[in-house]
Ligand binder design. Structure first.
Ligand SMILES: Cc1ncc(COP(=O)(O)O)c(C=O)c1O
Length: 388
């Protein structure tokens, strides 16, 4: 059945009815920055493929898994704005970032510049390079909750090799201009390593056009795919300066020829796919990406921002302080964070949970993160459940 409903019904409401009836029957999810409910087509694809595996795994592999995974790669690359050959599947964002930190040819005395208060997956892989004499330098958020390229530049010198940054901050929803950060990093002789999980699937993305050198994502948030799936884009000029880490049978050009021990690593990021993939998860990812393509990422982007702006207005009108940085009062991501003047966040979250609203507390804030199939009534209900 088409999402674009021939009867002229709203594409978002059609998607809500066809794909999210299980989750909307269970409550209201405003936690897509945490974990997304699986769309019905994702559940179906995994169930059907698992059943086919039960019957004839080899036939299933050839007829369903291989073409499904190829399609997932094509779709994910299209959504990220990168060539599919330079995109590797990973288990999650942290897996991709750790591959980069462990693999880059860094020297003792080199440094990496990272925002403070980032999600740990953006920071720990760099701390872990201390054994080889690599320093991690932290950049504070400004008092208004933003991160500015010039604050990173101020911490950099001729030994700075990497700027690592989330596209959208998990703790306050600030969206960085990745093109601006890439330019600043390049002007200082460094590369930009971006964690894009908090906006990919919610915002149009153009990694290559923005000159981002590395982009890592997991797929269980805005992409609405199963946990344990993710992607890692590595620009060819970065790959050239990486060691061969995480090598396995799948890393070589003649992967699949198990009688050969000739070791010629694949010439792209796909050399880091070391062995059997999370095939059922990737079948789910394929289905989830097909939904995003059916609805259209431009349309989704506008809708998510409109719902976030609506939520911010209502939450503020209820007397809470919005902590998401905004441009002219309008949030630039799907994450809206806020605080009550006196009530602890946990009390606020408990009231929401009791009312059947899934939200989150992160970095000292309560967080709403609506996706495109949410509607204004969801937001109204969630705000009504906030304690005065
Ligand atoms: C910025 C950011 N990166 C990564 C993740 C998740 O990491 P992983 O995909 O490694 O589980 C989160 C989840 O909260 C996040 O907010």
């Amino acid at each position: 059945m088409s999402i674009h409903g021939s009867d002229g019904t709203d594409v978002f409401e059609t998607a809500r009815r066809l794909e999210f009836s299980a989750s909307t029957a269970a409550g209201i999810s405003l936690n897509h920055a945490g974990i997304s409910p699986s769309p019905a087509r994702v559940v179906r694809a995994i169930q059907e493929t698992a059943a086919a595996m039960g019957r004839d795994p080899m036939a299933c592999f050839m007829q369903t898994l291989l073409p499904g995974m190829t399609s997932a790669r094509t779709r994910l690359a299209r959504l990220m704005g990168v060539p599919p050959e330079h995109l590797a599947f990973t288990k999650n964002t942290g897996h991709g970032l750790a591959l980069i930190a462990d693999g880059l040819a860094l020297e003792p005395g080199d440094n990496v510049v990272v925002a403070a208060y980032e999600y740990p997956a953006v920071v720990y892989p760099w701390y872990a390079q201390k054994w080889r004499g690599v320093e991690t330098r932290l950049v504070d958020l400004r008092p208004d909750g933003t991160l500015r390229p010039e604050d990173f530049a101020a911490k950099m010198d001729d030994r700075s090799r990497v700027v690592a940054l989330s596209w959208v901050q998990f703790g306050n929803g600030f969206r960085a201009d990745l093109a601006e950060f890439a330019e600043m990093a390049h002007n200082h002789g460094a590369i930009l390593v971006a964690d894009v999980i908090q906006a990919l699937g919610a915002s149009p993305c153009m990694i290559e056009a923005w000159n981002v050198d590395v982009a890592a994502t997991g797929a269980h948030k805005w992409l609405m795919a199963p946990p344990g799936t993710g992607g890692l884009y590595i620009a060819p000029h970065v790959l050239e300066n990486m060691h061969l880490v995480n090598m396995g049978a799948g890393s070589v050009v003649n992967a699949g020829r198990f009688d050969s021990t000739e070791f010629t690593p694949k010439p792209t990021a796909q050399r880091y796919e070391e062995g059997s993939p999370n095939a059922l998860g990737l079948i789910g990812l394929e289905a989830a990406l097909s939904l995003i393509e059916d609805v259209g990422i431009e349309r989704i982007g506008e809708r998510v921002l409109a719902l976030a702006a609506h939520a911010a207005r209502l939450v503020e009108a209820k007397g809470y302080r919005i902590t998401t940085p905004s441009e002219d009062g309008v949030p630039r991501s799907g994450l809206v964070t806020f605080r009550h003047s006196s009530l602890p966040n946990e009390v606020v979250l408990e009231a929401l949970t009791k009312a059947g609203i899934a939200a989150a507390v992160r970095a000292g804030n309560v967080r709403f993160s609506p996706h495109f199939y949410n509607n204004e009534a969801d937001i109204t209900a969630a705000v009504a459940a906030l304690p005065e």
